[in-house]
Design a binder for this molecule. Structure first.
Ligand code: GDP
Length: 440
């Protein structure tokens, strides 16, 4: 799986071998190769472009870690961005409800029927569910037969009405049947066509309206690359589905669908099919998929360790500076960068116990640091290390340079001074014990 992509990415990292650090020039060269590799893997053009832009920004904004070589750092950044591109963490799958209703959608041949069987089997054996498979494809008698054979293999009942040509009615009847027979989950397999077709879309839309499913899954053959992404887009416009199932990942897939679907359709991949057998199903984990694509897990963990260590060293260094009252604007801006690196301010604040609910409706501006940063960046290195020298004319110059005004500069300097005092109090006097306790 994705062999070619893995190989090409590995080759592009080699460009950084022997380089002292990541620079605008060598990162551009590397990322040109990364982008080509992605495009050759049939990744959506816009997705590939945005991906390399993000990686570039991250690579140039990284702290330089002595223990890590530039090519190793690049592996780690690309790895993390690949995982993010595919959705970050594994998506929820909702099977609450009695019966919980799962509606399958997708083109003919995508692997919908096979997947319905695999899912029923998995939920039965791993989640203790008592599922019912519903044959919603009323056009192909062979499809009903196929589902029945699958049901038999996994010991799951199949609901079908051979003479009924109305799939909406069949789905409604199946829910009745499930209630009467103690089935707590139903999986409705629907008719697919070889290409998008208005009648098929109307039909599945009507089923959705009639049964109000907990989950609508869109099944797509990963071998079809960009076509898969386009089909996903059209199904999503009509159905607003909850998640994607990528089948046939065991084949010679280039990776385009897996890597583009999330960013194009904005819906998570929830499951993958990795073979024709009924146990060839996996919950999709973006992180693990990124591991597999890059196959460089040891480098990724090496960089992670170095980053942790760097943070600790940095914290110790900072504490010393604070104690000696040497905390300056360089440290201040580094702290702002740290906070920004951790993500969205509102998310961060909401993780503080007891704060979560209160700030939910507050309007926290993620650009809150922008003015502050602009002011600090307009200071000379000397001014940053010795804020004491900031007299009136320097302040006026900084205000002009940063596009702010003298009042704002004064406000920041005052805040900085107070912060410094407070920090010193915390690390020296009685605050020290409090800080220690906080660390526990
Ligand atoms: P449907 O028309 O969407 O219901 O598709 P089917 O479930 O009938 O599958 C079409 C073909 O793809 C069948 O031959 C399946 O055995 C095969 N298939 C389905 N899922 C997978 C998979 O994950 N890997 C492989 N290799 N084949 C699969």
């Amino acid at each position: 799986m994705f062999e070619n992509l893995s190989e090409r990415l590995e080759r592009s990292f080699k460009i950084l071998k022997g380089q002292g650090k990541i620079t605008e020039i060598n990162v551009a060269e590397t990322l040109k190769e990364v982008r080509r590799a992605l495009l050759d893997a049939d990744v959506n053009y816009k997705t590939a472009k945005e991906f390399t832009e993000t990686v570039k920004e991250k690579a140039l904004g990284q702290d330089v870690l002595n223990a890590v070589k530039p090519e190793q750092m690049m592996v780690k950044i690309v790895h993390d961005e690949l995982a993010t591109l595919m959705g970050g963490s594994a998506a929820e799958f909702n099977i609450k409800g009695n019966p919980a209703i799962i509606l399958m959608s997708g083109l003919q041949g995508s692997g919908k029927t096979t997947f319905s069987g695999k899912l029923a089997n998995m939920l039965k054996s791993k989640r203790g569910k008592n599922p019912l498979l519903v044959a919603g494809d009323v056009y192909r008698p062979a499809a009903i037969e196929q589902l029945k054979v699958l049901g038999e293999q996994i010991g799951v009942s199949v609901y079908a009405e051979e003479d009924n040509k109305n799939p909406v009615k069949i789905a409604q009847n199946a829910i009745q049947y499930a209630r009467q027979h103690g089935k707590d989950l139903i999986i409705i397999d629907t008719a697919g066509r070889l290409a998008i077709d208005e009648k098929m879309m109307n039909e599945i839309e009507s089923i959705k309206k009639a049964v109000n499913p907990q989950e609508i899954l869109f099944v797509v053959d990963s071998m079809t690359g960009q076509d898969a992404v386009n089909t996903a887009k059209e199904f999503n416009q009509r159905l607003d589905f909850n998640g994607v199932v990528l089948t046939k990942l065991d084949g010679d897939t280039r990776g385009g669908a897996a890597l583009s679907i999330r960013s194009v359709v904005d819906k998570p991949i929830k499951f993958v099919g990795t073979g024709e057998k009924l146990d060839a199903i996996d919950v999709f984990h973006p992180e693990r998929m990124a591991d597999r694509i890059l196959g460089m897990g040891d480098i990724v963990s090496l960089v992670e360790k170095a980053q942790e260590q760097y943070d600790e060293e940095e914290a110790r260094r900072l504490q010393k500076k604070i104690a000696k009252n040497q905390f300056d604007f360089n440290d201040f801006i580094a702290q702002i960068q740290q906070i920004k690196k951790m993500g969205n301010l509102k998310d961060l604040a909401s993780m503080i116990p007891g704060v979560g609910k209160q700030i939910k409706d507050l309007d926290i501006d993620d650009d809150a640091f922008k003015g502050i940063e602009a002011i600090i960046r307009s200071m000379t290195p000397q001014e940053r290390t010795n804020p004491e020298i900031l007299n009136g004319s320097r302040r006026a110059r900084i205000a002009k340079g940063s596009g702010t005004n003298v009042q704002e500069v004064n406000k920041l300097l005052k805040q900085f001074d107070e912060t410094r005092k407070m920090m010193r109090m915390m690390t020296t006097g009685g605050g020290r014990q409090a800080m220690r306790n906080m660390g526990r």
